[in-house]
Ligand binder design. Structure first.
Ligand code: HEM
Length: 438
């Protein structure tokens, strides 16, 4: 497997190398079909193990989910820093809660980030590997910076009793997380310009840039509209949900919970207004030749986001009762953004006659079935765990939530499901091993 991967990389880089040298000699005119041929040559000859459209759909959905936790990670830290600058008890208490939110969110963002990564590298491998190689050193630094940022967040959490130390660690953490987001933004954005890769790699045909420290393209409005402003908005909505959920718990205090919700609704509204402006600027500055600007996906995303900002505006009157409708509006809005983002990729590569729908499909039913089974089983298990967590979280501190008869039965069913899943999973693995040896 490893040899194969090395071989693949060698082929890719030799191809880029040859193209680079030809560019140097002035023999290559980068016509659209040349770029298209290059992309098709770079695609994995093994093809996709399942229908690309299904993978694309899952990629879009899991990316949206990944971003929700990225947004609460960054937003939680930004707002906790703001809260730490205030002396009032409520703000100090809120800051500690937001650091906790951020801490949990980073781990979920990392875990869920793996899902779009898997789908992306299967159906968009030429884009992914080329762009990642162009900025390879930064991409490796992504992991280091993410680790250090996460550790700083833990320090902020451990030192939460001291405002100044907590603030210092939170600032360090958010700076690193924003930088990590910048690196992944660069890699995603560069991948949309296959016609420039060789130029970038060879500095216009004069050298070979193996170092991987180059940053060749970024788009400030895309960065702001996919990371910074949604972070504020979504964390604001989370604060409103906090008010809705914990308002009923006496030990937390109705007054504090509704104060958090009120503040959250203001953050959500101003954040969403800035998100909307940056979204329009993002669309307006997408290269015209991609044909995205006037597309139905762009228009729909603008209309849906305008409606979402409207709901966020109205939610300020009664933050607690409108927290759920606003959450639904934000979910729809996020899905439209995720679809538009994918459409941008489809449109930018369609210029070169490249389409993932033409990918060779090498159907291998066992893995998709195992994947589907794991997903369905996982969703059922999580539904149970979330339900129990929801119930337990509404129980005042010091008291224990007593599960009902039905909940006990559902618990038994969950244990049975996990056991069944483990048996199927290990069983399939054993069958494959035995088959390989017989
Ligand atoms: C907390 C740290 C992280 C931040 C701030 C972050 C932020 C982002 C941002 C801003 C984007 C969109 C970039 C763009 O299109 O311009 C993105 C996309 C993506 N992120 Fe993350 N990310 C983080 C962690 C991770 C991790 C750990 C993984 C992998 C395990 C991951 C996997 C991905 C993938 C695969 C995409 C692109 C998906 C696609 O194109 O469909 N991210 N991330």
């Amino acid at each position: 497997m490893q040899n194969y991967a090395v071989q693949q990389n060698l082929v890719r880089w030799s191809l880029l190398g040859i193209l680079g040298s030809m560019l140097l000699l002035g023999k290559v005119v980068f016509a659209a079909q040349d770029v298209g041929r290059m992309l098709k040559t770079m695609a994995d000859p093994a093809g996709a193990p399942f229908f690309p459209v299904v993978m694309q759909l899952l990629q879009v959905l899991t990316w949206a989910l990944h971003m929700v936790f990225v947004w609460t990670s960054v937003g939680g830290l930004l707002l906790s820093i703001y809260a730490l600058t205030k002396k009032e008890d409520n703000y100090q208490r809120l800051a500690r809660g937001l650091i906790e939110l951020s801490k949990v969110s980073v781990s979920l963002a990392i875990v869920i980030g793996v899902a779009p990564l898997l789908f992306y590298q299967v159906i968009y491998d030429p884009l992914w590997y080329s762009s990642a190689n162009l900025s390879a050193s930064w991409y490796i630094m992504f992991i280091v910076l993410l680790l250090v940022g996460y550790y700083l967040l833990w320090f902020a959490y451990f030192r939460r009793a001291s405002t100044s130390q907590s603030m210092l660690f939170s600032i360090g953490s958010v700076v690193l997380l924003l930088f990590v987001g910048f690196i992944i933004h660069v890699v995603n954005y560069q991948s949309l310009f296959p016609e420039r890769w060789v130029q970038w790699y060879t500095s216009g045909g004069t050298t070979m840039n193996h170092h991987g420290w180059g940053i060749y393209a970024f788009h400030p409005f895309r960065y702001l509209s996919l990371l910074v402003f949604p972070s504020l908005t979504v964390t604001g909505i989370f604060m409103m949900l906090y008010g809705w959920y914990f308002g009923k718990r006496e030990d937390i205090g109705k007054e504090y919970a509704s104060w958090v919700a009120r503040l959250g609704s203001r953050v959500a509204f101003y954040g969403s207004a800035l998100w909307f402006v940056s979204h329009i600027l993002h669309i307006a500055t997408i290269p015209s030749e991609w044909g995205v600007k006037g597309s139905v996906f762009s228009i729909l995303s603008i209309v849906v986001m305008a409606l979402f900002v409207g709901v966020a505006f109205m939610a300020q009157k009664s933050p607690v009762s409108t927290s759920i409708p606003l959450l639904l509006a934000c979910t729809v809005n996020t899905l439209f953004i995720a679809i538009l983002r994918e459409y941008i990729r489809v449109a930018s590569t369609a210029r070169f006659g490249y389409s993932i729908y033409e990918y060779k499909v090498n159907l291998e039913l066992l893995s998709p079935m195992l994947f589907l089974g794991t997903t369905l089983g996982g969703l059922l298990l999580y539904a149970y765990a979330w339900w129990m967590a929801y119930q337990a979280g509404r129980t005042p501190k010091g008291k224990v939530y007593e599960a009902s008869e039905t909940e006990h039965r559902l618990g038994d069913l969950s244990v049975f499901l996990v056991t069944l899943w483990a048996m199927v999973f290990i069983g399939v693995g054993l069958i494959v091993i035995v088959r390989n040896y017989v």
